[in-house]
Design a protein around this ligand. Structure first.
Ligand SMILES: *Cc1c(COP(=O)(O)O)cnc(C)c1O
Length: 409
């Protein structure tokens, strides 16, 4: 089965929460607790997740993409604005920016497979509004230099935590370092409701705007005070009680899942650590999600031969997550027009995307191979490896197989 670790550990807990909702008859997220049997699973999920991650506020949504849209809307990012985003990420990071009418500006990654802080400043213009670091494959971005650059240039930071819920950087859970953060609960992520997501922030104004965007401009929880106070035009990106029930049970399993994955990963990693011909990718904090083990080979030839032997592909060929494979944007121009609020001329912002425009990213991804620890996903190049339910014997066998192949290269 393909999927993330959360999808491998569905059990009595998810079933109970879900059946409670079905029996209550209330599938819509709004109601008064106790009235007509309403249980408020979505609201409980929001409160528990906020507490767990250290956010003041969480808004549950219908997807990670929807959560990114809420973040951009909360910050007022739109026409004429540029957002710096890495070229190695899921398309949703770029598409949410384009759908917000803004311009994604693609940045290089480093050997952590997350945005290279040393290659951000060269991309900043007077139209740059935000940086969107993506905590790719469960690994925290190097947030200290990113926050420093953001502060220096007065930019917002939107953390894309869709692949890294629960991970931490220097003692802080991801998503609590920047201004606002988006998370996904899709089936391939660390915990899941099939599809779903949430936004986290500790800024009340951003919270109210994100909430409003996710629900037609309403004030949080439609408490009855919102009529006449709806300040923004919003969407419907609401989570329903069925998803909320599963999210609640999965959220309670999050830290246990992470502990198990970190343990399994260190077993596999230790068994390979004396080998040459590759290095492990840089991990910016050991409290990562440990959903994947990434090997970066010394040469492309080694990576290709290794992949042939394990029946996989290097990350550069893994499909959806590499800008080179995003035909939605390649050879196209995104352009937005903005009116200056004062008496200056209207300007047009454009950006064009080409294959191989990020040579540093290409060189790393040509040599990089993902082994699954907990996210089994061909689209991520991690169709091979172990899963969260693998036994110690399975992990040892996998390590032995990988060792033999690397030694024979
Ligand atoms: C999955 C993902 C998203 C989008 O999440 P959905 O729930 O699929 O909409 C955004 N960014 C990254 C990095 C992702 O991996």
């Amino acid at each position: 089965m393909a999927g993330g670790p959360g999808s491998y550990v569905f059990g009595a807990e998810e079933k109970k929460e879900l059946m409670d909702v079905i029996e209550s008859g209330n599938l819509f997220r709004y109601g008064t607790i106790g009235v007509d049997g309403f249980l408020g699973k979505v609201a409980s999920f929001e409160a528990e997740m906020a507490e767990r991650l250290g956010h003041k506020y969480v808004v549950a949504t219908s997807s990670g993409t929807g959560s990114l849209l809420c973040c951009l809307a909360a910050l007022g990012i739109g026409a004429g604005d540029e957002v710096i985003v890495p070229g190695y990420t899921f398309i949703a990071s770029m598409s949410s920016i384009i759908l917000a009418n803004a311009i994604p500006v693609l940045a290089e990654i480093d050997e952590s497979l997350t945005i290279d802080p040393a290659r951000i400043e060269e991309l900043i213009t007077d139209r740059t509004k935000a940086i969107m670091p993506v905590h790719m494959l469960g690994n925290p971005c190097d947030m200290d230099p990113i926050m420093e650059i953001a502060k220096k240039h007065n930019l917002y930071v939107i953390e894309d935590c869709c692949q890294a819920v629960g991970a931490a950087y220097k003692g802080k859970r991801l998503g609590t370092i920047g201004d606002i953060a988006a998370y996904s609960l899709n089936t391939f992520k660390t915990i899941t409701t099939g599809d779903g997501g949430f936004v986290g922030t500790s800024d009340q104004n951003l919270y109210e705007r994100a909430f409003g965007y996710h629900d037609q401009g309403h004030k949080p929880h439609r408490m009855g005070v919102e009529v006449g106070n709806r300040s923004i035009v919003g969407m419907n990106l609401r989570m329903n009680e069925l998803s909320g029930a599963v999210a609640l049970a999965q959220g309670r399993k999050l830290d246990g899942i992470l502990e198990k994955l970190r343990n399994n990963k260190s077993i596999l990693k230790n068994k390979l650590s004396d080998l040459s011909k590759f290095s492990f990718r840089t991990i910016n904090d050991e409290n990562e999600c440990a959903t994947l083990l990434t090997l970066i080979f010394d040469t492309k030839e080694y990576a290709d031969k290794f992949c042939e032997a394990i029946n996989s592909v290097p990350i550069s060929h893994s499909g959806w997550h590499v800008y080179n494979n995003m035909e939605q944007i390649l050879n196209k121009i995104t352009a937005t027009e903005a009116n200056c609020p004062y008496d200056c001329p209207k300007y047009v912002v454009k950006s064009e995307y080409h294959k191989h425009m990020l040579p540093q990213t290409d060189s790393i991804l040509d040599r990089a191979v993902n082994i699954s620890i907990g996210v089994v996903d061909k689209g991520l190049g991690s169709g091979v490896g172990v899963n969260i339910n693998s036994s110690l014997d399975d992990i040892n066998d996998t390590a032995t197989k990988i060792r033999e192949i690397i030694e024979s290269l």
